[in-house]
Design a protein around this ligand. Sequence first.
Ligand code: HEC
Length: 114
Amino acid sequence: MMKKYKLMALILMLVTVLNLAIAKPILADEINNGGKIFEIHCAGCHANGGNIIRRGKNLYLPALKKFQMDNIDAITNLVTNGKNNMSSFKDRLTETEINTVANYVLDQARKQWK
Ligand code: HEC
């Protein structure tokens, strides 16, 4: 009887450890993928985190903060629906792709696009 529980505990532990090992590469992969989406759909106006149309509305952290764009929800919403001279991407990108590219933008902003 006791043996069974030990085995279950061991399996649970293994699953947890494996999960931790796998979770990181997936996150890195998503951010990588975000970079590709960004290159294709965003870099035309936002190369290196800038903004060729409205310079002040760039993708650096101070600007994102100033316009309350320093969170995933706000960026996702903007990319999905567009605003002024930035078009909507809901017909070109899936929800997952938009979420991925939003994460990429925030990650890059925190690294000052370096
Ligand atoms: C045609 C040019 C263009 C493209 C392509 C474009 N944007 Fe923008 N982006 C803009 C403009 C213009 C604004 C300012 C919108 C406004 O008036 O608030 C903006 C604003 C933003 C902001 C808010 C910046 C701030 O400081 O408030 C984010 C975040 C952003 N874009 C992300 C993206 C992402 C991610 C993509 C690709 C999926 C993208 N943009 C594609 C032109 C573009």
